[in-house]
Ligand binder design. Structure first.
Ligand code: ADP
Ligand code: MG
Length: 261
C-alpha cells in the first residue's frame, strides 16, 4: 500500500465537482446465470468526481464498472452515461465506449504492436482521425505519462509500471470524458505502484471524472471526493474519505478496513 505521508501536494484548482451528471445508475440489477451479482445499485456520478470503489474480492466491483461501458450487460434498472442510456442499441454502446476509457489490472496491451501503435490503433480505426493526428495525440499523452522515449518499443520490453502507464495513455488517446480503473496497480511490484498512482493523480488534477476500483487507501484519501464500499453485490456505504475512514457506519465496512489498513 502506498504511503500517503510521502505524497506530493495536489493542485486542486481544476478539480471542482460540477452540477452536470456524468453517470446515473438507478435500480440496477445484474445476474450471471442464476447468480445475483449486483443488487439494486443506485449511483450518481457528477462531472469532475473522483470515486474510489473498494470492497472484498467477489463483491461485484469489476462487474459494476464493466456494466458502465457495457462490457457486461445489466438485466434491470437503468444506466445512463453522459445522457446516453445503455440498452441493447449498438449505436448507443459505441457512443458510450468512445466516451469512457478503461484501464485493467493486466494492462491488456497488444503485444505484437509498438507502444505508439497501441496508442494510435483505435483513434485511427474507430475515431477515424488521420495517422498524423493520431501520432501527435499519442506522443502528447505518452509525454503526459512520462514515457515518450518508449514509443517505438514493444510492450514486452517495458516494466509493468511502464506498461500500465501506456495503457492509461492509450485510453486517453480516445479523448474520453470518463475514466474507469479496475485495480490498476494490483498486478504491479511495489516500486512501480507509485508511478502509476502519480499518473492517475495527474489525471485527477486535470479534472477528469474517474471511478477507480483500488485498495490503495492513500490514493483514496488524497484524491477521491467519495469512497464507495461494496459487499455481496451491494453498495453498503459511501462517504467523503475522511468520514469513510475515520467513522465507518457499517460493521462490514469496519471489518474490511481492519483487514486492509
Ligand atoms: P470483484 O471485482 O469485486 O472481485 P467481480 O465483479 O469480479 O468482483 O465478481 C463478482 C462475483 O461474480 C464473483 O462471485 C465472481 O466469481 C462472479 N463472476 C464474475 N464474473 C463472472 C462471469 N463472467 N460469470 C459468472 N460469474 C462471474
Ligand atoms: Mg475485480
Amino acid at each position: 500500500m502506498s504511503d500517503p505521508s510521502n505524497a506530493r501536494d495536489i493542485d486542486r484548482s481544476r478539480m471542482a465537482v460540477r452540477d452536470e451528471v456524468a453517470i446515473r445508475i438507478i435500480g440496477m440489477n445484474k445476474w450471471y446465470g442464476s447468480f445475483h451479482v449486483l443488487r439494486d445499485i443506485d449511483l450518481t456520478v457528477h462531472v469532475g468526481e473522483r470515486i474510489v470503489v473498494c470492497g472484498p474480492s467477489g463483491s461485484g466491483k469489476s462487474t459494476l464498472i464493466r456494466c458502465i461501458n457495457r462490457l457486461e450487460e445489466h438485466q434491470s434498472g437503468s444506466i445512463v452515461v453522459d445522457g446516453i442510456e445503455l440498452s441493447s442499441d449498438l449505436k448507443n454502446i459505441d457512443k458510450v465506449r468512445s466516451e469512457v476509457g478503461m484501464v485493467f489490472q493486466h494492462f491488456n496491451l497488444f503485444p505484437h504492436l509498438t507502444i505508439l501503435e497501441n496508442c494510435t490503433l483505435a483513434p485511427i480505426w474507430v475515431r477515424k482521425v488521420s495517422q498524423k493526428e493520431a501520432v501527435e495525440t499519442a506522443m502528447h499523452f505518452l509525454e503526459k505519462v512520462r514515457i515518450p522515449e518508449q514509443a517505438l518499443k514493444y510492450p514486452g520490453q517495458l516494466s509493468g509500471g511502464q506498461q500500465q502507464r501506456v495503457a492509461i495513455a492509450r485510453a486517453l488517446c480516445m479523448r474520453p470524458k470518463i475514466m474507469l480503473f479496475d485495480e490498476p496497480t494490483s498486478a504491479l511490484d511495489p516500486e512501480m505502484i507509485k508511478e502509476v498512482l502519480d499518473t492517475m493523480i495527474a489525471l485527477a488534477e486535470d479534472g477528469m471524472t474517474m471511478i477507480c476500483v483500488t485498495h490503495e487507501m492513500g490514493f483514496a484519501r488524497q484524491v477521491a471526493n467519495r469512497v464507495i464500499f461494496m459487499d455481496q453485490g451491494q453498495i453498503v456505504e459511501q462517504n467523503v474519505p475522511e468520514a469513510f475512514f475515520n467513522s465507518p457506519q457499517s460493521e462490514r465496512t469496519r471489518l474490511f478496513l481492519s483487514q486492509i489498513l
